[in-house]
Design a protein around this ligand. Structure first.
Ligand SMILES: Cc1cc2nc3c(=O)[nH]c(=O)nc-3n(C[C@H](O)[C@H](O)[C@H](O)COP(=O)(O)OP(=O)(O)OC[C@H]3O[C@@H](n4cnc5c(N)ncnc54)[C@H](O)[C@@H]3O)c2cc1C
Length: 371
């Protein structure tokens, strides 16, 4: 059986970017993904420019699907009080349907092998990984776990966060809106959650929110929840009344977990949400997933020179923490502020007087551009 240099489990942004980076360096890479491309995913679809120079260096070319450039943020509290600021770094709006597909095509062109099956088991024996799907078995020297927020493999690997129930639900759909402002991402607060709005490459507006189950269960359906709870915020009310949904129905995910995770588990190097998910209001999970792909790829490339697994694992854990831990802490503080009406009121009062403070807060959850 052929032994790959690296097998990547999960082909979202972290897995696909790692595949592109490693294959560019001549490594033999197999990516195992349970779904096929293109496919819509629950995500706010605002990407920070932190990773733009890196994607550029990897040769990822957006010419066929130019994203919507985003420069400003509009933030509102439950009652609709609004503050607008220029984003420190800015970003772009692109659907996951187009983004993941674009990266897949680039990885394929680089010579990455793809198998579209669900991984059911991973073993590490005699310094090699044996990775199984229901139909096939594969072997590799290294393995990257980039299987997202929550996967069958987290259970299989007995990861500590998986036993804890989480009350968060994510909902998303694309809408046609004739008067959505150019170049802006919006974040609107409502009871028990917040909703992001931003334009994608097709011109459609992505409507995506995170809601606490305690509030969500007050409604009979997503439509009822949108009407009863989201629409208490006048900006969301107006958006929902004046826009038309492009999807047949909303996409939904549950059990969104923000628990701490480890960057290395059973010798597998975790990247993207598999290593840790930042609160979505920061609009930075995708950039973190791509940034983590760069970190893991760099460590893997140096491993193939020194061949010291202990050093690889220790270095990756250290650099992951150093790069992301502070952002996760600030993300969790901001989420707490936004979900407590009194704190949000004080927060809005302060940032309305000094929008510069909001820019500073955003900087705490975002990194500098990477090459
Ligand atoms: C409501 C919400 C809104 C968000 N909004 C934003 C935003 O506006 N901006 C932003 O930057 N981030 C946002 N995020 C975060 C962002 O979506 C994630 O951080 C990002 O998708 C992480 O990418 P990933 O590659 O780690 O995981 P994913 O994109 O989830 O990819 C994981 C892949 O692994 C595959 N997989 C899982 N298990 C297996 C298996 N056993 N075998 C094979 N394949 C498997 C899955 O099919 C999937 O394709 C949001 C998140 C939520 C929940």
């Amino acid at each position: 059986m052929n032994t790959y240099d690296v097998i990547i489990i999960g082909g979202g942004l972290a897995g696909l970017t790692s595949a592109i980076d490693l294959s560019k360096d001549g490594l033999q890479v197999l990516l195992l993904e349970k779904e096929t491309y293109p496919k819509h995913k629950v995500c706010g679809e605002y990407v920070s420019n932190e990773i733009s120079p890196y994607l550029n260096r990897l040769g990822v070319n957006f010419e066929t699907t130019p994203p919507d450039e985003i420069h400003s943020l509009q933030l509102s509290d439950r009652k609709g009080q609004l503050v607008e600021i220029k984003l420190p770094l800015g970003g772009f709006g692109i659907s996951r349907y187009a983004f993941d597909h674009l990266l897949f095509k680039k990885a394929k062109a680089n010579g990455v092998d793809f198998v579209f099956e669900t991984v059911t088991d991973v073993e590490f024996i005699d310094d090699r990984f044996t990775i199984k799907t229901a139909q096939q078995t594969f072997m590799s020297i290294l393995a990257i776990g980039s299987f997202g927020k929550r996967s069958n493999l987290d259970k299989k690997m007995d990861r500590s966060f998986i036993t804890q129930k989480t009350p968060w639900i994510g909902i998303k759909a694309h809408y046609t809106s004739s008067d959505f402002p150019e170049g802006s991402v919006q974040l609107h607060n409502f009871e028990g959650g917040y909703c992001g709005l931003s334009k994608t490459e097709t011109g459609a507006v992505n409507f995506c929110y995170l809601a606490h189950y305690d509030t969500f269960k007050k409604a009979n359906s997503i439509e009822d929840f949108n009407h009863k709870i989201l629409s208490q915020n006048p900006h969301l009310k107006s958006f929902l009344e004046t826009s038309k949904m492009d999807f047949e129905k909303h996409l939904a995910i549950s059990q969104v977990s923000f628990q701490n995770k480890k960057a290395v588990e059973h010798h597998m190097l975790m990247a993207g949400d598999s290593a840790g998910l930042i609160h979505p209001l920061c609009g930075n999970g995708m950039a973190m997933a791509i940034h983590s792909a760069k970190l893991v790829s760099n460590e893997i490339k140096s491993f193939f020179k020194h061949k010291n697994r202990d050093k690889l694992e220790a270095n990756y854990s250290r650099i992951w923490k150093k790069t992301f831990q502070k952002r996760l802490i600030f993300g969790s503080i901001f989420q707490k502020i936004l979900l407590q009406p009194q704190l949000t009121r004080y927060g809005m009062w302060i940032v309305l007087k000094s929008p510069f403070l909001l820019r500073k807060m955003i900087q705490q959850t975002h990194g500098k551009p990477i090459q």
